[in-house]
Design a protein around this ligand. Structure first.
Ligand code: ADP
Ligand code: MG
Length: 689
C-alpha cells in the first residue's frame, strides 16, 4: 500500500461500522488510533474466591456446586461457585431455559466481573462467564492488561480493541514521527508515534496503566501537547475556505418585532443584545463565525430562531444541528410554532424516517424554497444537498467535534454560510483563544426573569425512603420529577440495564405515580413517545439515564433526583440540573449520594449545592479537580479533542501557543502535518503556510 491507510482498510469496517464509529467521534484512521482506553482491567491472573474484594474486577475459576431459581422481588438464577479457598455466587436476572440448563449441568466455570454484597454473600451479577468441562481445559488467560475503551451501542470495547490492534499493526508499516521534540520524557532519540501509541493502548505494566488512566503518562502528555499545538496553529492561521463569500444579512426590524410579538414573554436584555451583535456581524460579506455562550436555560434557542427567521426571509436556507434526536424533535416543534405565522417550512431530518420520507425531505432541501432544516449529525451525510444554505446553527457545540462543524460548512455551494455556534459550557479565556481562534464571541449573561433558582440538596442514599416520600407527595400536588440513574457511560447497554432495574424498583415504591423510563437503548420513536407523554403530564416521574442531559425543555418538571452524582463531572451535573428550574414553580435537585464520600467529592458536590451559575461552577471545578480526578471529562462533552483534556491539560495551553508561534515563524512547512494529523481537515485549510 502506498497511500495513507483509511478506516475501510481494516477488516470488518464497512459503511455501517463507519457510521457507528462516527458516534464515538471516530471519523478517520487517525481518530481510531487516538481513541484511548480510559482504564485497564487485569485479566491476566486468577483470583482465589477468598481474596475477592467488593467492586473490584476479578477473574475466578470455580467449580459449580449448586443452581437454584430464587423468587424474590424478581426471579433470578443463582449459581453456587467454589474453589479451594471459598464459596461465592453468580446471579442472573435475565436468562433463558437452555442457559439455566447448561449452567446446572456444567462442572467448571470461569467468571469475570465485579463481586457485590448480595443476599447470599459475595455475588457476581451478570458477569462474563465461560463454562468448561475439566480443569485441563480452562480457558487461557489474557497475557496483557485489557484496555477498556469508551464504547457505544453496537460497538463494544472489545471490538474496538480488535480494530485498534489491526490499526496499530497497519501503522507499523508507516512509521510516523512525533511532530514535536520530546518535552515530557528524557530520550535522546525521538520516540516514534507508533511506539507511543502502542504503549498507550497496550501498556506492559500496572504502573504505566495507572498513569495512563489518570492521563498522566508522559506519552499522553506529549501527544496532548502536540494536539493543542495543532489547534493553536489552525486558530492562528485562521484560514477560511477560499470562497468565504457570505450573503450579507439585511436585518428587517419589522419582521423581528412581529416575531417577538407572538411570544408569550419579552426577550431579555441579554438576548436582545446578542441578537444585535449577531445581526451586525452578519451584515457583511465576510462569513460570520460566532460562538454564543449562555448558561443552561438562558434562552439561546430563541436567539437562534430570531436570526434564522431573518435569513429565511431573505430566501436562504438555514440548518440547525443538534446532538440528539430528542432535541431535534423538540426544536422542530418549537420552530414550527414560531414560524407558522411566517409561512416557513420546518423540516426535520431524523433517523426514524423511512427511505421514502427521507428522500422526499431531501428533495425539498435540494429545491430552491427557503426552509428551516433541523437534524442531528445526519445532516451532513453525503446525500443531503442544500440548495442555498445561508446560515448554519450548531446547538450544544461541546457535543460535537471540530470537523463536524466544518463538514456542515462544506454543504454550502458558492456562498459560505454564516455560522452560529451555541454552547452552555463555559470555556476559560486562554482555552477559547487556542481552540476557537477563528470564532468571535457573544455571551447571554442573564436568565429570563421569574425563575426561582433551583434548590439543591445533598442527601445520603441511606435516607432514600424520605426522598421517595417527598417525590410522591409533591407529585400528588401536580409536580413532575426526573429520576436520573448515572453510570459511567462505558456501555449503553449496562446503563440501560441499571436504569431498567431502578425503574422497576421505583415503580413498586411509588405505586400511585405514573412512571416512565427512557434510556439510550430505546428506539428514537420510543424515546420521543416517552418525552411527549412526560411533556403532556401523562407521566409523573421520568426515570432516565443521562440521555436527557442536553436541551430537554419541560417547564412543569420541577424535581430532579440524581443518583450517585459523585460519578459525574460538575459541568455535566450542571447541564442535567438545568432540566429543572425552567418554570415559575420552585424547583429542587436532590443529589442522592452513596456514602462515604471522599473529601474531594464532598467539596465538588458542595459547589453544586451552593451555586447555580455555570461559570462559577466551571471555575471551581478547575480549581479543586485533582489530576487523578479526570473521570467524566470526556463524557462531559469535551469531544473537541482526541487526546487533550481541557481541564487536565489546562497547564499545557500556554506552552502550546508559544510552540505554535515558533513553528509558524520557523518551520511553516510543518503546519499541514499538524493539521492533518490532528484536525484531519486539510481541505478546509488548504496550504496554510
Ligand atoms: P438554553 O439556553 O438552555 O438552550 P432554552 O432556549 O431552551 O435555553 O430556553 C429555556 C426556556 O426559557 C424555554 O422554555 C424558553 O421558552 C424560555 N425562554 C426563553 N427566553 C425567554 C424569555 N426572554 N423570557 C421567558 N422565558 C424565556
Ligand atoms: Mg438549548
Amino acid at each position: 500500500m502506498d497511500r495513507a491507510p483509511v478506516l475501510q482498510d481494516l477488516k470488518g469496517v464497512g459503511q455501517k461500522l463507519e457510521e457507528t464509529l462516527a458516534r464515538l467521534n471516530i471519523n478517520s484512521f487517525e481518530d481510531l488510533l487516538f481513541h484511548f482506553p480510559f482504564r485497564f482491567e487485569d485479566r491476566t491472573r486468577i483470583t482465589p474466591i477468598r481474596q475477592l474484594r467488593l467492586k473490584q474486577l476479578a477473574v475466578v475459576d470455580a467449580e459449580i456446586i449448586s443452581s437454584n431459581l430464587l423468587y424474590g422481588k424478581r426471579r433470578s438464577l443463582s449459581i453456587g461457585l467454589r474453589d479451594d479457598s471459598g464459596v461465592c455466587f453468580m446471579r442472573l436476572f435475565h436468562f433463558n431455559k437452555s442457559q439455566a440448563n447448561q449452567l446446572a449441568n456444567a462442572r467448571f466455570i470461569r467468571v469475570i466481573g465485579e463481586p457485590r454484597l448480595g443476599s447470599q454473600g459475595l455475588e457476581f451479577y451478570h458477569p462474563e462467564y465461560r463454562i468448561y468441562s475439566d480443569v485441563e481445559n480452562a480457558p487461557p488467560l489474557e497475557s496483557n492488561l485489557t484496555p477498556v475503551y469508551p464504547s457505544c451501542e453496537g460497538l463494544s470495547s472489545k471490538r474496538i480493541s480488535v480494530l485498534i490492534e489491526q490499526a496499530l499493526k497497519t501503522l507499523d508499516k508507516f512509521p510516523q514521527y512525533s511532530l514535536l521534540p520530546n518535552v515530557f520524557f528524557k530520550s535522546k532519540e525521538q520516540v516514534s508515534l507508533n511506539q507511543m501509541l502502542r504503549t498507550i493502548h497496550r501498556p506492559q505494566s500496572w504502573d504505566a496503566a495507572s498513569l495512563l488512566s489518570e492521563g498522566m503518562h508522559p506519552f499522553q502528555k506529549q501527544l496532548a501537547l502536540e494536539e493543542l499545538v495543532a489547534h493553536s496553529l489552525s486558530a492562528q492561521t485562521k484560514k477560511l475556505p477560499n470562497n468565504n463569500q457570505a450573503l450579507p444579512l439585511q436585518f428587517d426590524k419589522k419582521l423581528h418585532e412581529n416575531f417577538v410579538k407572538q411570544l408569550p414573554f419579552s426577550l431579555t436584555h441579554a438576548q436582545q443584545k446578542v441578537i444585535q451583535e449577531v445581526s451586525e456581524a452578519m451584515s457583511t460579506q465576510q462569513a460570520m463565525r460566532r460562538l454564543i455562550q449562555g448558561d443552561v436555560g438562558s434562552g439561546k434557542t430563541l436567539v437562534a430562531a430570531s436570526i434564522a427567521l431573518q435569513v429565511l426571509q431573505q430566501d436562504q436556507q438555514v440548518a440547525l444541528m443538534v446532538p440528539t434526536e430528542i432535541l431535534a424533535e423538540q426544536h422542530a416543534q418549537n420552530f414550527s410554532t414560531w414560524f407558522e405565522a411566517f409561512g416557513i417550512e420546518v423540516i426535520s431530518v431524523l433517523g426514524k424516517q423511512g427511505k421514502k420520507q427521507r428522500s422526499e425531505l431531501l428533495e425539498r432541501i435540494a429545491s430552491d424554497k427557503p426552509c428551516m432544516v433541523i437534524g442531528t449529525h445526519a445532516l451532513f451525510q453525503k446525500d443531503v444537498n442544500f440548495n442555498k444554505l445561508g446560515l448554519v446553527i450548531i446547538d450544544e457545540q461541546h457535543r460535537f467535534g471540530v470537523h463536524q462543524r466544518l463538514a456542515l460548512n462544506e454543504k454550502a455551494k458558492d456562498i459560505t454560510p454564516h455560522q452560529l455556534i451555541m454552547t452552555a459550557t463555559p470555556i476559560p479565556r486562554t482555552l477559547a483563544m487556542t481552540i476557537y481562534g477563528d470564532l468571535d464571541f457573544s455571551v447571554i449573561d442573564e436568565l429570563p426573569p421569574g425563575r426561582t433558582p433551583v434548590k439543591t440538596v445533598l442527601i445520603d442514599n441511606a435516607r432514600r425512603k424520605e426522598v421517595i416520600e417527598r417525590v410522591s407527595a409533591n407529585c400528588k400536588e401536580g409536580a413532575q420529577a426526573y429520576w436520573v440513574c448515572t453510570l459511567i457511560e462505558e456501555s449503553e447497554s449496562l446503563e440501560a440495564k441499571a436504569a431498567e432495574e431502578l425503574f422497576q424498583q421505583l415503580q413498586q415504591q411509588l405505586p400511585q405515580q405514573k412512571l416512565a423510563l427512557i434510556h439510550g437503548r430505546l428506539k428514537n420513536e420510543e424515546k420521543s413517545a416517552v418525552i411527549d407523554a412526560f411533556r403532556k403530564g401523562a407521566v409523573d416521574v421520568l426515570v432516565a439515564t443521562t440521555v436527557i442531559e442536553v436541551g430537554v425543555d419541560i417547564p412543569n418538571a420541577n424535581i430532579m433526583v440524581i443518583e450517585n452524582p459523585e460519578r459525574l463531572g460538575l459541568a455535566q451535573l450542571h447541564q442535567l440540573r438545568g432540566r429543572v428550574g425552567r418554570g415559575a414553580k420552585e424547583s429542587f435537585c436532590v443529589l442522592l449520594y452513596e456514602s462515604p464520600l471522599g473529601q474531594l467529592a464532598k467539596q465538588r458536590l458542595g459547589v453544586m449545592r451552593d451555586s447555580n451559575d455555570g461559570f462559577v461552577i466551571a471555575e471551581k471545578d478547575l480549581e479543586i479537580r485533582g489530576p487523578g480526578e479526570v473521570m467524566g471529562t470526556r463524557q462531559a462533552g469535551m469531544a473537541l479533542f482526541k487526546v487533550a483534556d481541557l481541564l487536565r491539560d489546562a497547564d499545557l495551553l500556554e506552552q502550546a501557543r508559544e510552540l505554535a508561534v515558533e513553528i509558524l515563524a520557523n518551520e511553516p512547512e510543518k503546519v499541514p502535518l499538524f493539521l492533518n494529523r490532528w484536525l484531519g481537515v486539510k481541505q478546509f485549510y488548504g496550504d496554510v503556510a
